[in-house]
Structures are given as C-alpha cells and as structure tokens.
Design a protein. Structure first.
Length: 489
C-alpha cells in the first residue's frame, strides 16, 4: 500500500467508520510497527493524532507517535472479534512497539535438555535456541510447581535441584533419600532406564499443557462474552504463547489430527468453489510497493494445505516503472506460467490472486497472452475477505469459521509476508546505497560502476582506496576522498 503523506492522514482518519476493528500503524518504509484493537476505529485512531497525545509522558508511546507515517484498518463485527484478530496480526507481524506476548520471559517454562546423561526438568523464563525441549509457558507458577512435584512421584524423574550420585557399576542413585522408593520407583537406575521415565513424563507434560490450553481458551471466551476485554486480552496472550510452544515441541512426524484438518479444509474449499476436486496444489500472488516504487511480487505455493517453501518465487517488475497493480500482476503471472509451460510442468489446481476483480482480470489476461487454458482462478479481497470469481458468479463471503476460507487466508497472508520481506530487503539496500548521494562529484555513471564492481554498499565500505581506484573513472585523489568519506559513516 502506498505510504500516505502526513497531510493526508487527517483526511484518512475522517473517513474511518465508527465501528470496531483493528488498526495497523506503519513507519515511512511501510513496516508495521504497531497493531491495536478498537471498539470505535475513528475515535481510537484519531487519538494518535491529537496534539495532546504527543505530550504523553510515556516515552514508548511518544516514540511510536513520532514514527507513524501511515495506517491501515480492518473492520470487524464486534470488539471480541477485534480482540482475536489483533492477537493473530501481532503474532504474524511481531511489530516493534507491541508487547511481544510470545516472549517466554514473562511466564515460566519447563526445560528438558536431552544432551544431559540424566535430563532434569528445570524451570526457566527464557527460551533459548538450543536442542532442549520446552513446555509452556505457564501463567500459574504455583500450579506448575505442584505439577512437577506430582510428576516426580508419578514418574521418578529429577527436578532442577536434584544431585544424583553415580554408583559402582555405572548405575545412578537419583535422590539423596529413599522416599522415591515409597512411590514404586527404584532410587538406583541406569541412564537408559531413567530416559524411559523422562519420555513418559514429557508425554504427560505435553498432554497436561493441552488440558490447560483448553481451560484457558474457555476462560478467554467467557471474558470476551462478558466484555471484560482487558482480562480476555491477557488470557489470549497466554493462549497464543502456549499454542506456539506446543507447536514447536511436537515430534517431527506430522500429527494425524493436522493431516485430517488439512484434508477437511481442502475438501470444503473444493466443494465451495465448485472445483473438480480438492485443490491440493495452490499458488497465490501478491504485489507489494510504496507509492509505485520498489514494486515487487511474490508467489507462494501450498501443497496439500501446507507451505511448500522450495516452490516460493519472488519477482521484480521489469516491464514498466510506476504504480499499476494490474500490469504488475499480469507480468508476474505470465512469467510464472510461461516458465512452467516451457518446462512442461503441471499448473496448480487453484490460483489465488490477492485482490479483487481487476487483479483477477489481469491474471486472466496473462493466460490469454500465453495462449493456454488457465487453471481455476479466484481473487481474495482483503477488506471483507470476499472471494471474487472470473466468471458470472457473484462475489462470495464465507463465514470466518469456514475451514476453506481460513486456508485461503493462510495462503494469502503467507504471500503477503513473503512479498513484504522482499520489499523491505530492497528498501534497506536502497537506503544504504543512498549514502553515496551525499558524496559530491559522484554522478550516476560512476555510482553504478562502483556498485556493479563491489556488488553493494557493504563491500564498498570495506574496500581500500587502492581497490576503489581499480574502478573505471576513479583516480587516486577521488578514490582517497571517497574512502575517507565512507570511513566517517
């Protein structure tokens, strides 16, 4: 979406509805820096641009206001729906100025390190990127500690404060007392026997986590129904964080329940769209730019309802310069399927276009140019998640709980994320290269020669004056001056 000039923001605020929804604040590079929910979008968003707001004593809010260059909004039906959507978007974008509720430092986790000869069940608030298994986070520390004490009795495991002793013959004495034997577990065991206890305890703890997750979900829904939205938001944060940890601690094989869920979504989507069968191969296209600059596109592919990242593709627009989403869509769709046709590879079962009827029409135009039969094509318009068809069928709005729509949203959101990541990388590169604009006497020809020779600004900054002098158009004096200029940055 183009970045609005500051003078345009007030007019944009005036056009907002008096309805609940979610707002996304952006900086001048189009990056989402804050996501918030609102009972009334117009009142809430306008408060950020009130003169008194800038005088707030909270430095975090003051810094946020100074960074806002544009915003997007998404209308929903209720404040409860806004609450849940806010959480999903924070998880997706991880904005700089939002409290990161997936940060495990806020809640206790259980850590089990399989690299230990006798893995212990330890409490921690920090999740590291290591080979340990983590369970949690858990909001109720007293309940967690009681559970671990129960697990010690039930499974004969070691907690973080244990000091086992090696016995003659290689076995281990787990505890410095004999109480554990009262619960039916020998106090002296081999490392292999102990690991079987650990596996059983981990399975139990993961199951316990899922029980707590369902309880928290129920409490969250009940709080939202009572309009206790702050309480519901806190519970939502714990629910999402616990879901994330459970997802990461699953074993490597696919969960049969997930496979069943994917198949159900594919079947429902195929029936709803009147396809020949479930769309087991789907590709989605998204265009990303800022005011017509840094125009890029992404294509992501889902196979059997899951991301197939080896097939992701990204594109820079070649055929024109400027702001024209339709031409950009026509170009990238044409490039993608021209290549597949040339390589005699099958087209996907469904092509999803991020946009409305105009973008879908542009995609169809690309297939006309290729002189080939297009696969099934739909558009997914963001504002109301409307499905747009290329034929005479009326636009379709499915319930937000429809598994087929949720699958399309995941596909579209992934294409959007992939396009924005590429766009941000290009912007960052361009911004770094723009420092050369401040060096007097460096025209476009010499600038292009420098970047082509060194491959980027980072390598140029690391070069010596002698290496700069190897570029055409640079004598000893100019090379030395440029080297000195770059070293000051």
């Amino acid at each position: 979406m183009p970045i609005a000039e500051p003078v345009e923001l007030k007019e944009k605020v005036r056009r907002l509805p008096d309805r609940p929804g979610v707002y996304l604040m952006k900086d001048r590079l189009g990056r989402i820096i804050y996501v918030g929910k609102a009972k009334n979008l117009k009142k809430r968003v306008s408060s950020y641009f009130a003169p008194s707001r800038a005088l707030t004593v909270h430095p975090k809010i003051r810094a946020l206001i100074g960074m806002i260059a544009d915003f997007d909004t998404i209308e929903v039906k209720s404040e409860a729906e806004a609450l849940l959507l806010e959480g999903r978007l924070i998880k997706q974008w991880r904005p700089k100025y939002n409290t990161d509720f997936t940060d495990d430092k806020r809640f206790l986790l259980v850590r089990v390190d399989p690299a230990e000869e006798l893995p212990r069940f330890r409490l921690t608030r920090i999740k590291k990127d290591d080979r340990s298994r983590y369970f949690g986070p858990f909001a109720h520390s007293s309940l967690l500690r009681k559970t671990l004490a129960q697990m010690r009795r039930q499974f004969g495991i070691l907690l973080g404060d244990a000091h086992p002793q090696r016995l003659a013959g290689g076995a281990w004495q787990l505890y410095d007392d004999v109480r554990q034997e009262l619960y039916g577990f020998p106090n002296a065991v081999t490392a292999e026997d102990y690991r079987r206890r650990v596996d059983a305890a981990c399975d139990f703890l993961e199951g316990k986590s899922r029980e707590w997750l369902e309880t928290l979900r129920g409490e969250m829904r009940a709080a939202a129904e009572k309009q206790e939205f702050e309480k519901a938001a806190g519970l939502r944060d714990v629910v999402f964080a616990l879901e994330e940890t459970l997802k990461k601690t699953r074993k490597f094989e696919r969960d049969p329940a997930l496979i069943s869920s994917d198949e159900e979504a594919l079947r429902a989507l195929g029936e709803t769209l009147r396809l020949a069968g479930p769309p087991r191969a789907m590709e989605c296209f998204d265009i990303s730019h800022i005011s017509g600059t840094f125009v890029v596109a992404s294509m992501v592919r889902f196979s059997y309802g899951r991301p197939d990242k080896d097939q992701y593709r990204r594109f820079q627009i070649r055929s024109f310069i400027g702001n024209d989403d339709f031409r950009a869509m026509e170009e990238v769709v044409g490039r993608r399927y021209r290549r597949l046709a040339a390589e005699q590879k099958p087209f996907p079962d469904l092509v999803v276009i991020d946009g409305g009827r105009g973008q879908v029409g542009a995609a169809l135009k690309a297939f006309v140019g290729l002189d080939c039969m297009p696969p099934a094509i739909i558009g997914l318009a963001k504002k109301r998640e409307t499905i747009v068809f290329p034929d005479e069928r009326a636009p379709l709005n499915l319930p937000l709980t429809h598994p087929g729509l949720q699958l399309l949203q995941r596909l579209r959101d992934e294409a959007h994320r992939f396009a924005n990541t590429y766009n941000a990388a290009l912007r960052s590169k361009k911004i770094r290269e723009s420092i050369l604009d401040d060096f007097a006497g460096l025209g476009e020809v010499r600038r292009a020669a420098l970047l082509a020779h060194f491959g980027g600004i980072d390598r140029l900054r690391a070069a010596t004056a002698g290496q700069i002098q190897e570029v055409d158009g640079f004598g000893p004096k100019l090379a030395a001056e440029l080297h000195a200029f770059l070293q000051k940055l």
